[in-house]
Ligand binder design. Structure first.
Ligand SMILES: Nc1ncnc2c1ncn2[C@@H]1O[C@H](COP(=O)(O)OP(=O)(O)OP(=O)(O)O)[C@@H](O)[C@H]1O
Ligand SMILES: [Mg+2]
Length: 505
């Protein structure tokens, strides 16, 4: 098959980092070419060079046999290379249709904006993505993260591209949306469109991919066919060392209840009479589908949303109303949240200020900040979590997605909380870093911390938890203990879908 897009010898340097070092890449018409590698390996940077969002220092890009030199994303788009970026690019206060046709609105004969035609076209694209439930007139700000992601994808397709670059498109999607997306990608592939697909989710590669290019530290390690290597071999290519065991859970002692709810509900009816408890020294998993109410429960526990009924017990304190995050943080709670862009990080601020965001008072109780000490502490976290940045002064927006997630973790753990809620803690995080986070969680449990983990990756929940609550439609429907009869993916998966009877709790 012919390559439609070829990149040769691409080098891209940022201050202090060689993000890409003499990288070759080619994309054939009608293939899905997966880009993998650890956080900071250079995947997004390569994608952006192909798209003209970055101009590489060295190397050349050939598109459909013609050497091109894009200086901005618009150039690439005009030639037929579209992108779905890792970070959202939509304008929150415009409608879905307005966003998709931004700056290229259709006009009527009289020069007026032809809203009807645009809306119809957008409706068609959304329908092809099985997303007819998204109203083309809705303001983007009112859509869920997953819906926004689908709009991003619809926008890319509206340019009728010859090549599309997807940068971690599924990290915010539910299984149903992922299936629709894959169906759409298969259609694009069948139509001879080339697709670059960046992902950390190895289970997706076989489902959708044809070839895989592995990057490590800005260099290309190899190009292989999807079935050529076992998952272990692929991981070893990515991290450059042998990895045998992914999940690590040692036996830690239970040391009394740290967090307990009794019949707790929220106002929106997304959490309905939930009773759970988490002990010190225990990792409790919360399994469920997207929309089951897991994040909503976490928001109640952490005081982001008000409690509408029931009780929350933290340590020996009983909280019925007036739960707010500040109080929860004082009570020793921390939450690593799902949406790092919105809730987790101040992107303009440096790594150091983000790490210190909740723990500043703990380290400097008298409001006198010893900067040398502060930077030393943050430097230690940078090393411990292997945050890929030469120093801690860099603004977080310049970090790769996975490294931003590590900063969120450092921010909460630096405050030494007793109870930690992890909501999708490894989303967008590479295998190597995932294992570091698992080891860290295990360690925290051994220290006697109480951990509640929400995750959509069932192997992760089963691999790390001592106990799992299954949530469905706002209620806890099952509780399963490690090593018990139902301690496997099939059974717990069926419970999550609500097709397994259970003693509703
Ligand atoms: N605009 C920028 N300014 C400075 N450094 C940058 C910039 N963009 C990326 N980098 C650095 O370049 C390296 C590669 O980053 P890139 O975003 O390409 O990684 P990635 O492979 O996409 O990682 P992830 O899986 O975490 O998304 C990282 O060390 C990152 O910190
Ligand atoms: Mg990236």
């Amino acid at each position: 098959m012919d390559a439609i897009l070829i990149a040769r010898g691409i080098t891209k340097v940022f201050p202090g980092v060689r993000a890409l070092d003499n990288v070759d890449f080619d994309l054939r018409a009608g293939e899905v070419h997966i880009l993998v590698g650890e956080n900071g390996a250079g995947k997004s940077t390569l994608a952006k060079c192909l798209l003209g969002a970055y101009v590489p220092e060295e190397g050349e890009i050939i598109f459909q046999g013609e050497k091109v030199r894009f200086t901005e994303a618009k150039d690439a788009l005009e030639k037929g290379i579209a992108a779905v970026y890792q970070e959202f690019t939509l304008v929150p206060y415009l409608s879905v249709a307005q966003n998709i046709f931004l700056n290229r609105e259709y006009r009527t004969r009289f020069g007026l904006i032809d809203k009807g035609r645009m809306e119809e076209e957008v409706r068609d694209i959304l329908a092809s993505l099985n997303c007819d439930y998204i109203n083309v007139r809705s303001m983007v700000k009112r859509l869920s993260v997953a819906e926004q992601q689908m709009v991003e994808i619809a926008k890319a397709l509206s340019f009728k591209p010859k090549a599309v670059v997807f940068d971690e498109p599924t990290s915010t999607l539910s299984e149903r949306e992922i299936s629709s997306l894959f169906e759409q990608i298969r259609k694009l592939r069948a139509a001879g469109i080339g697709i670059v697909y960046v992902s950390h989710r190895m289970q997706e590669f076989k489902r959708i991919g044809d070839r895989i290019t592995v990057l490590r530290d800005g260099r290309r390690i190899g190009v292989i066919g999807v079935g050529d290597k076992s998952p272990e071999e692929l991981v070893n290519m990515m991290v450059g060392r042998d990895i045998s065991q992914v999940y690590h859970r040692s036996d830690s002692r239970r040391r009394g209840v740290a967090l307990r709810t009794e019949n707790i509900s929220d106002r929106a009816g997304r959490v309905r009479g939930v009773s759970i408890q988490v002990q010190r020294g225990e990792i409790v998993g919360l399994a469920g589908l997207v929309g089951a109410g897991r994040s909503e429960l976490a928001r109640l526990l952490f005081g982001i949303d008000p409690i509408a009924g029931g009780e929350l017990h933290v340590g020996d304190e009983r909280i019925v109303r007036n739960n707010n995050s500040r109080r929860m943080v004082r009570k020793g709670m921390g939450m690593v949240s799902e949406d790092r862009k919105r809730q987790g990080l101040a992107l303009k601020d440096s790594i150091a200020w983000n790490i210190m965001a909740v723990s500043l008072r703990k380290y400097f109780p008298r409001h006198l900040i010893d900067y040398k000490k502060m930077y030393r502490i943050c430097g230690e976290y940078r090393q411990k979590y292997r945050i890929a940045s030469p120093d801690v002064h860099r603004p977080c927006r310049l970090l790769s997605g996975g490294n931003q997630q590590k900063v969120v973790l450092a921010k909460w753990l630096s405050n030494d909380p007793d109870i930690i809620i992890f909501d999708e803690p490894t989303r967008g995080i590479d295998v190597g870093a995932k294992m570091e986070i698992y080891a860290m969680m295990d360690d925290l449990a051994n220290q006697g911390k109480a951990i509640l983990m929400i995750s959509s990756e069932l192997p992760e929940v089963i691999g790390m938890s001592d106990r799992i609550y299954v949530m469905h439609n706002g209620r806890i429907t099952h509780e399963v203990g490690r090593g018990g009869d139902n301690w496997n993916q099939e059974d717990i998966g069926a419970m999550m879908l609500g097709i397994r009877e259970g003693a509703a709790k």
